[in-house]
Design a protein around this ligand. Sequence first.
Ligand code: SF4
Length: 416
Amino acid sequence: MHPHLAEEIQVGAPLAHRMALAQPEFRALLDRALEGHEVSVDDGERCLHAEGGDLVALIATADAIRKRDVGDDVTYVVNRNLNFTNICFVGCRFCAFARQRWEADAFNQSIEAILAKVQQAVDLGATEICMQGGINPEMPAFTYRDILLAIKGAFPQIHMHAFSPMEIMYGSRRTDMSYRDYLQMLRDAGLGTIPGTAAEILDDEIREILSHKKVDVQTWIDIVTTAHDLGIRSTSTVMYGHLETARHVAAHIALIRTLQRQTGGFTEFVPLRFIHDNTELFRQGLVGEPPPKGIYDLRVYATSRLMLQGAIDNLQTSWVKINHELAQLSLEAGCNDFGGTLMEESISREAGANAGEYTPVDEIRALITARDRRPVERTTLYDKREAAHEDTAVDGHGLGGRSGRREVPARPDPYC
Ligand code: SF4
């Protein structure tokens, strides 16, 4: 654990003590949040700048709201990321994953290779396949549907969490179908939920700089809300730590909250730190050195908990982006979900993240238990599967095929 950071935010000190450290005006903002009042964009922006005693009180408030709304359980899902191609023409400047088809490490996996990976994940106890890929211009029009049909034909029990709004947009254009018809076709082929990625920051001016070919804000909204209307739920995300201001982040969270009130379709919110190292944004000097991991990440998590209370209960930490220790500390700043085992997370690895690409179940459970919280396996839709883990032991025994670090062949993955 980050000892200095934990000390700085006074982890474990009583709520009243930590609240008393805030300046009066900021304390009033936090008190209103604790009473369940909506946190405005202005107040969210203020939270994202909190320092010193204000920061201590902000994090204590997020932790109290988390405890009140969802209790002490920390959930996780046993899943595998499966990125079937890294060939992509979109050219997002924050992406270190995409390749042109002539590059030596470009890949486009066959259905047989995909099925072998799913089998491997099923053997390790996975309940979910999280599948995204680059936007490959040479892909046959119905590829996404055909991958789903093949996987669900062989593994009907697996939940397919697949295809970002960017991929949905591209697939619907290639097939000349409306978003609704295209999504309906994918649902009928076995699509369970979609990742709420490709959101980055939902602000068209920022998006134009990040990636001018990427799905725009209104299209992202249209695709996600159409999916929700069809019963295809999604996650929601924000990517922070690049060109955006605190106001962009607060406005983004408020937009997600508004959409959730309309559809109820988001299962969770996942703040994702921008990993800069091998990206064009960084190489071209459009972003400088990122803020050190720690305070800013905790501010984003805590602010998300405050702003989304009453709308989205599940706030997921990202151990891939911020590392295991900080992810543990984020459990003190409003998070109640540890994400997935992933097994193949090369999107962040390509961009320079160093948390590894697979955290086995026993390690996730140990990380959670070390914070005096109860680890609970869940499904993609947040149904708890705890019968399999009644002993909550953290020594890696008694967890069947899900325990123990296993060798999983590393392959590059996308970051849409
Ligand atoms: S983020 Fe996705 S769409 Fe953008 S360049 Fe990377 S792989 Fe392509």
